[in-house]
Design a protein around this ligand. Structure first.
Ligand SMILES: NC(=O)c1ccc[n+]([C@@H]2O[C@H](COP(=O)([O-])OP(=O)(O)OC[C@H]3O[C@@H](n4cnc5c(N)ncnc54)[C@H](O)[C@@H]3O)[C@@H](O)[C@H]2O)c1
Length: 312
């Protein structure tokens, strides 16, 4: 890849989420992108195709597809999407052992070539894969982040805005906890133009929106039948990459290793995080009600249970 003063982002896994994330980053002109996969030809083909779109789209970011980790050297961010996607009827947990092996292998290779990079893990089961990535990289917790909360929150915002017939831009959602079934949405902090949704919907409607959000991934899988969601996951990953590279200090829900925040230690769970140039700047901690804290505790316990099942 030609030298440039742009930032460099490696995306591991040239499948649906990886290639779409690479496209968003390159087409925004945000960074040069290295797309790497275990399948020969796949990243090279998609990389070339993306590069050939550049004159039409109008950007100068370089895109390189490769099977060689030497090409990833000196990356500022490494996005990990390699792994198996969920098939219909398959739970995220079924993927645990297989994806743990893949994530361990790719992260140790990528971290060796980019020792100062920030890792964004996307592979499911998300929170458990973050534990694998932390161990395989040896990075501090500030530089190992999981993408799930931005996506869960985007789904919640989509459903809230759709139900009210208002812009998604004026709709905010606050989501904590693990990715998927144990997600903990906080309706009192989920708002439309600053108004909590608890004042806009009946408790039954709020519960239905929360339920649809928690099952948002499964809803797409059931429709697609041969894969899982990737447009919204890629857009969500892009938002995290952008906040880091532009040091925006966005407050975004990310999976991070908690060190006492929200009364929780030693486990990756989704919490609001201030994201800047160093990765996690800090956890944006808020006081939870007893009920919310209990749901958060159940979510953390579910992640812990999965981590204990990880092959040594
Ligand atoms: N965190 C989230 O919110 C979220 C959202 C969507 C998808 N996901 C997860 O992201 C992952 C990718 O999803 P997808 O739809 O892009 O799947 P995909 O099957 O389209 O792509 C996965 C890619 O990983 C590659 N791969 C497998 N083993 C590899 C290895 N050892 N080294 C390098 N590449 C390897 C495959 O060849 C494939 O190209 C899945 O685990 C999925 O469950 C997570």
């Amino acid at each position: 890849m030609p030298r440039s003063a742009r930032n460099k982002v490696t995306v591991i896994g040239a499948g649906n989420v990886g290639a779409t994330t690479a496209q968003r980053i390159a087409e925004a002109g945000l960074a040069d992108v290295v797309l790497i996969d275990i399948v020969e030809g796949l990243p090279q083909g998609k990389g070339l195709d993306l590069a050939e779109a550049a004159p039409v789209v109008g950007h100068d970011a370089h895109v390189l597809g490769t099977n060689d980790y030497a090409d990833t050297a000196g990356s500022d961010i490494v996005v990990v999407t390699s792994g198996l996607a969920r098939q219909p009827g398959m739970s995220r947990d079924d993927l645990l052992a297989k994806n743990a092996g893949i994530v361990r292998s790719v992260v140790s290779q990528a971290a060796a070539h980019s020792p100062d990079s920030i890792l964004i893990v996307v592979t499911n089961p998300l929170d458990a894969m973050c534990h694998v990535a932390l161990a395989a990289s040896g990075f501090p917790r500030e530089r190992v982040l999981g993408m799930a909360g931005v996506l869960d929150s985007a789904r919640f915002r989509t459903f809230i805005a759709g139900e009210l017939g208002v812009s998604v831009e004026d709709t905010q959602a606050f989501v904590l906890g693990g990715h998927g079934d144990t997600m903990v949405p906080l309706p009192r902090y989920s708002t439309v133009a600053g108004v909590p949704i608890t004042e806009l919907f009946s408790p039954e409607r709020v519960a239905a929106l929360v339920d649809r959000t928690a099952n948002g991934g499964a809803e797409v899988v059931a429709l697609l039948k041969t894969g899982s969601a990737f447009y919204a996951p890629a857009a969500s990953t892009f938002e995290m990459v952008e906040s880091i590279l532009l040091d925006r200090k966005r407050v975004l829900p990310c999976a991070v290793l908690l060190d006492g925040e929200f009364g929780t230690h030693g486990v990756f769970v989704g919490v609001p995080v201030v994201l800047g140039a160093g990765g996690m700047d800090r956890v944006f901690e808020i006081a939870l009600t007893a009920e919310e804290q209990a749901a958060f505790g159940r979510s953390a316990a579910a992640v812990r249970e999965l981590v204990e099942k990880l092959p040594a």
